[in-house]
Structure formats: structure tokens, C-alpha cells
Design a protein. Structure first.
Length: 241
């Protein structure tokens, strides 16, 4: 992020107006003064007169039309009760997750018809990750598909990283994952694998701990969530849409 955002701000929405040439020029001039050399960003309309969103790809800020004021806070549509800032974050998360294909994840499919799909960044040696994995049947029986991405917290040169690679390279990945998650030794293997790619995506997504869960609409749930509680949360998310 180029600026530290996120206190709290509620604003009433107005009609969206296009970014005028004058406003665009003023914003670019202001950014050139505070961030010389920074040119990779886009300026977009906001449903608030005189306020624009500047997206840098790895974060975004809100600026006044004259480029003088940066807004710290969450922008909320009070009429629709929608957090536009969180909505934008969710869109960015989905974009980052889209860079990992299904073929590059270890997937535990839903048992009887998929209702929901979650992406879980996991560390084989993480206690709460193992607790989540112990409930795998409870998730899948509720129609929740679990897509695993690896995030060995100890880094790329660690036993946890080697275990993740070994799981991926195993003849039966699910059996190897189940064994590793239960603390059993698995055969050390090497092969082309997506573990490094998972870690790169985790860095973009701001994953710092495990497990970190991302819902199919881009919401982030840091930490272990029991299956029954997660199902309730996902049901509520759908009901709000």
C-alpha cells in the first residue's frame, strides 16, 4: 500500500460522474509530487461527487478531485448498507486467487453437490490447520469444497516447505496430505510443483498466518472456522447478496 488507510468513514452516495480531464490532471500532478516516478496506476470514478479511486495494483487510495486530500477510511453506501472499500478488496483478492488454477490446488470436493467453495492457505505443521483438516468430512458433507494452497510459514527453506512439496509430488496427494496433517512421516519427493506460486499469491493477498480462508466471493476469514460455523457464515453471505 502506498498510504496507510482504514479508520472509519461513512458517506452518503451521490450520482457517479466521469473523471474529467482537469481532475485527472490535478490528481496526476499531486501524485507526481508525493510519489515521483510512480506511473502505474489507474483513476476511477466513485459514487461520491469530487472523490476518485486511485488503484496501484497492490492497493488503492481515495483522492479529492484537486489531488490535495487523501481519505483514510472505509467508504460505505448507507442506503444499500454496502462497504464499498471491502467490496474493492474482495475483487482484488479474487483477481489474485484467479492466478492459481484448480489444477494447481489440492482439492477436497463437496460430497453431495457443491454449495460453496473456499480456498484455504495451509501449513502442514500448523496446529489449527491440522484441526481444520480433521474436520474435512464435516466441511465436504455440508457441500463446502475445500481448495488447498500451501503456505509454509517457515519459508521456502524449511521442513514445512519440503513436506508441502512431498505431498504434491506423492502418487496419492490426498492420502499424503491426510498422513502429513496427522503428523505421520511421508516419503520425501521432488517434482515440478506450485508451492512457490502459492506463497507468491499469499504475499499479494497479505496472508500472514494459517489457516487463512477465502470465500468464493473474496471475503477473507483469518484463522480456523469450525465447519458448522462456516456454513452459517456462508449462508448469511448468500442471503445478503
Amino acid at each position: 500500500m502506498k498510504f496507510i488507510l482504514f479508520t472509519s468513514l461513512a458517506m452518503l452516495m451521490t450520482v457517479i460522474t466521469p473523471v474529467s480531464a482537469d481532475d485527472r490532471a490535478a490528481i496526476r500532478k499531486s501524485l507526481a509530487e508525493v510519489m515521483p516516478g510512480e506511473t502505474q496506476y489507474s483513476i476511477s470514478d466513485m459514487p461520491i461527487k469530487g472523490i476518485y479511486e486511485v488503484d496501484f495494483g497492490d492497493g488503492f487510495i481515495y483522492l479529492s478531485a484537486d489531488g490535495r486530500y487523501a481519505i483514510k477510511g472505509e467508504i460505505i453506501d448507507l442506503q444499500k448498507n454496502i462497504n464499498l472499500t471491502e467490496q474493492k478488496r474482495a475483487e482484488a483478492r479474487l483477481g489474485a486467487l484467479a492466478g492459481i488454477s484448480r489444477e494447481e490446488m489440492l482439492i477436497y470436493p463437496a460430497d453431495k453437490g457443491k454449495k460453496y467453495s473456499i480456498t484455504v492457505f495451509t501449513d502442514i505443521d500448523c496446529g489449527y490447520c491440522r484441526r481444520l483438516h480433521q474436520e474435512m468430512k464435516a466441511y465436504t458433507s455440508r457441500g463446502i469444497e475445500v481448495k488447498y494452497a500451501f503456505y509454509p510459514r517457515a519459508g521456502r527453506v524449511s521442513a514445512s516447505f519440503d513436506k508441502a512439496v512431498s505431498v504434491w509430488c506423492a502418487d496419492d496427494r490426498h492420502a499424503a496430505m491426510d498422513a502429513a496433517k496427522s503428523g505421520k512421516a511421508i516419503e520425501n519427493k521432488q517434482c515440478p510443483n506450485p508451492v512457490g506460486k502459492h506463497m507468491d499469491a499469499a504475499a499479494v493477498l497479505g496472508v500472514a498466518g494459517t489457516p487463512t480462508i477465502f470465500t468464493q466471493d473474496g471475503q477473507r476469514l483469518p484463522g480456523y472456522v469450525p465447519a458448522a460455523q462456516l456454513e452459517q457464515m456462508l449462508n448469511k453471505q448468500v442471503a445478503r447478496q
